[in-house]
Design a protein around this ligand. Sequence first.
Ligand code: CUA
Length: 162
Amino acid sequence: MHLHKYEKIWLLFGGGVLVLFLLILSVNSFAMGMTPPSHMEMIDPTKVDQTPPFDNPGLKQVGDNEYELVMTAFIFGYTPNEIEIPAGAKVTFKVTSKDVVHGFAIPGTNVNMMITPGYISTLTHTFSDPGEYLILCNEYCGIGHQVMATRIVVKGKEGEES
Ligand code: CUA
């Protein structure tokens, strides 16, 4: 089969780009650990309020400035409603939905999860800087979607201005 010179160059270019993209993808996922957030833990969405740890949502200290934050999402809000943590806290979010698909995004951070009924979404984030962080729903979930939000207040260290 005879291929024109330009056709060969174009084929080589296309193949090269494909290999390059696959390489970047592999380095990201295997070497840098950039994988989608886990959705593997399951829960009966009709029994969220009776299933631990969601029967008692809130902040739990699990280590030196390390916390687990159990939250539920529902139309149109989150439980618990307002959370206070110290600066530098490493927080592992565990979130599930009691009804429909919701979002869980904190602008200015890498926290962005889809909260699907029946599944528990988990993500860990370290809040280095004091301030107010908005948690908002970024999946359209009904008539009150735009008011579905809460916040995390990250307190400065004792004696420091926050
Ligand atoms: Cu919940 Cu939009």
